[in-house]
Design a protein around this ligand. Structure first.
Ligand code: SF4
Length: 327
């Protein structure tokens, strides 16, 4: 990992109007992402974890502008503000910022063979101009992601889930990106296949100097691949630090509860599970004050009124926590 920021996100929000306000008010807004700030260093993997519905996928999509962020936030990529860039000026940058999706089947065109699909990506982005150069590049991509070259004429339905994810990775790599958002890339795969894909992503990172934002809900997977980890709850980051510190010494009560649910591999070892009250509230009804207070085992009166900021801990400024217990 280098000490150079490739991505800087500040105060990013994504609010969707669910129902427009009428004459007497009553508008409803879904606040999927709420004022999120973090940075990603060149060459690192930043894991982004949280329960389903916490806003992590929407955040990833807002960074690459697959969904429109709300006004006020900023995304800097290599120091350049891409939040308000016109589409024609953003297009060349799209090559550098790629995304790998959870459901590779849904993101692949069922009518194109893998060779045609990769060839089209190469041509559209001007990487190669067709003919033998494109055919060779397609073969190289298949080699890179560990797929047999003879699969070039296969359609998506002829691949297994793990092979399809390899095709998805090949498609992302086709345009020589430097930054990839991996959105739950192994969640739909069998456990045995998950480790192969994770190891492939790690190998590719080393080989091509890639930077990843790795979105997942499985904390064990995130621990294995990430240099740093950000924990998200109801559209906000509640804790962010290096992986080792987070797993050894989590500070936010939500992180502590998530980690307490991971089974220990050693036989006979048990840890006390922290059970949270209730379910994750929806983005339409975010609680006032600290949004975690209705479920937090340590909540006190002030938590219902005051919203904590994501601030560095005194004893370890590299660990930032959004909790009034530390402020
Ligand atoms: Fe719990 Fe209060 Fe900390 Fe929120 S601010 S996590 S409610 S202790």
């Amino acid at each position: 990992m280098e000490h150079e920021e490739i991505l800087s996100v500040s105060n990013l929000s994504v609010h969707f109007p669910v129902r427009k306000a009428g004459l007497f008010g009553g508008g409803v807004v879904s606040r999927a992402v709420n004022g999120v700030s973090f940075e990603v260093m060149k060459g690192e993997t930043l894991g982004l974890v949280g329960e389903s519905g916490c806003g992590k996928t929407t955040l990833g999509r807002a960074i690459v502008r697959l969904v429109q962020p709300s006004k006020g936030g900023k995304v800097l990529f290599r120091g350049r503000d891409i939040t308000a860039l016109e589409n024609n000026r953003f297009r060349p940058l799209r090559k550098e910022m790629q995304m790998i999706f959870q459901d590779p089947f849904g993101s692949l065109n069922p009518r194109l063979t893998v060779g045609q699909m990769l060839g089209e990506v190469l041509r559209v982005h001007g990487v190669t101009r067709g003919g033998e150069a494109t055919a060779k590049k397609v073969r190289d991509l298949l080699d890179t992601v560990g797929l047999n070259r003879e699969y070039v004429n296969r359609y998506p339905h002829e691949f297994s889930g793990g092979q399809r994810q390899r095709v998805g990775i090949a498609r992302a790599l086709a345009v020589n990106p430097s930054f990839i958002i991996c959105d739950e890339p192994v969640s739909a795969l069998d456990v045995s296949i998950q480790s192969q894909i994770i190891n492939l992503l790690k190998d590719l990172q080393r080989e091509f100097g890639l930077t990843y934002l790795f979105i997942a809900h499985d904390l064990s997977v995130v621990e294995y691949i990430s240099d740093r980890v950000a924990v998200m709850y109801l559209g906000k980051i509640v804790e962010i630090t290096d992986g080792e510190t987070l797993y050894a010494s989590p500070k936010h009560p939500y992180t502590q509860a998530l980690l307490s649910a991971i089974p220990l591999p050693e036989l006979g070892h048990r840890k006390e599970r922290i059970m949270l009250k209730g379910d994750l509230p929806g983005p339409l009804a975010i609680p006032k004050g600290c949004s975690f207070h209705p479920r937090c085992p340590f909540a006190f009166a002030e938590c219902r009124e005051r919203e904590p900021e994501l601030l560095p801990l005194k004893e370890n400024p590299a660990q930032r926590v959004s909790c009034l217990l530390y402020q």
